[in-house]
Write a protein that binds this ligand. Structure first.
Ligand SMILES: Nc1ncnc2c1ncn2[C@@H]1O[C@H](COP(=O)(O)OP(=O)(O)O)[C@@H](O)[C@H]1O
Ligand SMILES: [Mg+2]
Length: 142
C-alpha cells in the first residue's frame, strides 16, 4: 500500500494530516498498535519539519508486509550541520514558531529513536530528504 501527502511550508492547519492518515490506515489493516504509534510519530515530525522549516514537500509512506518506509522530501533551505540538527534540543525555529508550541528541537532525535533505520540527506539551498524504516514484528505462525 502506498500513501502520499503534500505538505506546504507554513501551513500549520494542514500539518498533522499525514500522521493522522497513516495512523488510521495502519489501524484499519490491523497493524500492531505500537508500530502504528511509532509510524505516526515519525510521520508527524517529518511533516512538521516541512511545515516549519521548508517551503514545500512530500511525505510518502510505503506499507509492505514486513516494513513501513516513511520518506520525506522537501524543497527548502536544507540543513548545514546535520549532526547538530540531530541533537536533542537543537532548533533554529523562530520565536513565533515557539509561541505556537513547536520548535522544541526533539523532532529529528525522536524520528531516529522511533525508527529501525533512519537516514537524512540535505543540500543547503536545495532541500532535505529523510527516510525512516519501521520493521513490523513477525506474525505468529510465520
Ligand atoms: N526539513 C528541514 N529543512 C530545513 N531544516 C530542517 C528540516 N528539518 C529539520 N531542520 C533543522 O534541524 C533542526 C532540528 O530539527 P528538529 O529536531 O525537528 O527540531 P525543531 O523542528 O523543533 O526545530 C531544526 O530547527 C532546523 O534547523
Ligand atoms: Mg521538528
Amino acid at each position: 500500500m502506498y500513501l502520499e501527502y503534500r505538505v506546504d511550508g507554513g501551513d500549520f492547519q494542514a500539518s498533522g494530516q499525514a500522521a493522522a492518515g497513516i495512523k488510521r490506515t495502519l489501524r484499519q489493516i490491523g497493524i500492531d498498535a505500537e508500530v502504528a504509534r511509532r509510524a505516526a510519530i515519525v510521520t508527524y515530525e517529518a511533516e512538521m519539519n516541512i511545515a516549519i522549516h521548508a517551503y514545500l514537500g512530500t511525505i510518502s509512506i510505503e506499507i509492505l508486509p514486513e516494513r513501513i518506509i516513511i520518506q520525506a522530501d522537501d524543497e527548502g533551505p536544507g540543513i548545514a550541520d546535520i549532526p547538530a540538527a540531530m541533537q536533542v534540543g537543537y532548533s533554529t525555529a523562530t520565536e513565533d514558531i515557539r509561541e505556537m508550541g513547536f520548535g522544541a528541537g526533539l523532532g529529528l532525535p525522536n524520528m531516529r529513536r522511533y525508527s529501525d533505520e533512519f537516514e537524512i540527506e540535505s543540500q543547503v539551498g536545495v532541500g532535505t530528504s529523510v527516510r525512516a524504516v519501521i520493521i513490523l514484528p513477525a506474525k505468529e505462525g510465520n
